[in-house]
Design a protein around this ligand. Structure first.
Ligand code: RB5
Length: 150
C-alpha cells in the first residue's frame, strides 16, 4: 500500500499533522501539495491524487484528500474513472466505506475538526479490508460498468 496525500489551503494544517502520523506508522506516502496556507483550488489537487490512485490501484494505492469540509475534494475525486471516494466524518462511515464500497480515496475535513478524530478515521480506513462479498462486488461492478459505458 502507498498513500498519496494532498490538501488545499483549508486542509493544509490537518494534512501536515496526518503526514507525521503516517511517518510514525511507517506507512509509505507521497505528498502532492499544497505546501502553504495560500489559497488554492481543491479540484487541482483532488484530480491529481485521484489519477495517481486510479493508475496504480492494483498496487493498492490510496488517496487521502483534505479540504475545509472534505466535500469538494470527494466530489472531484469521484469524477476520475476507477475512484471510489468517501467523505468520512466518523470511524463508522470510514469503516463501512471500506467493507461495502472498497473506497480508495478518503476525503477529510480540515476545518473545525479535531486532529485526533481525523487520525482515528485514517487509521480505521487504512486498516479495514474490503469484505469481498459477492453482493458488494456485484454493486460495485454496476458502477464500473456505468463508467465504461459513458
Ligand atoms: C475552501 O474555502 C473550501 O471551499 C474548500 O476547502 C472545501 O471545503 C470545499 O469543499
Amino acid at each position: 500500500m502507498k498513500v498519496i496525500i494532498a490538501s488545499d489551503h483549508a486542509g493544509y494544517k490537518q494534512k501536515e499533522r496526518l503526514k507525521k502520523y503516517l511517518e510514525r506508522r511507517k506507512i509509505e506516502y507521497e505528498d502532492l501539495g499544497t505546501d502553504s496556507l495560500e489559497s488554492v483550488d481543491y479540484p487541482d489537487y483532488a484530480i491529481k491524487v485521484a489519477k495517481k490512485v486510479a493508475k496504480n490501484r492494483k498496487e493498492d494505492y490510496r488517496g487521502i484528500l483534505v479540504c475545509g469540509t472534505g466535500t469538494g475534494m470527494t466530489i472531484a475525486a469521484n469524477k476520475v474513472k476507477g475512484i471510489r471516494a468517501v467523505a468520512a466524518y466518523d470511524s463508522y462511515s470510514a469503516r463501512m466505506s471500506r467493507i461495502d464500497n472498497n473506497t480508495n480515496v478518503l476525503g477529510l475535513r480540515g476545518r473545525f475538526f479535531p486532529y485526533e478524530k481525523a487520525k482515528k478515521i485514517v487509521s480505521v480506513w487504512l486498516n479495514t479490508p474490503f469484505s469481498e462479498k459477492k453482493r458488494h462486488r456485484k454493486r460495485l461492478k454496476k458502477i464500473s460498468d456505468y463508467e465504461e459505458d459513458r
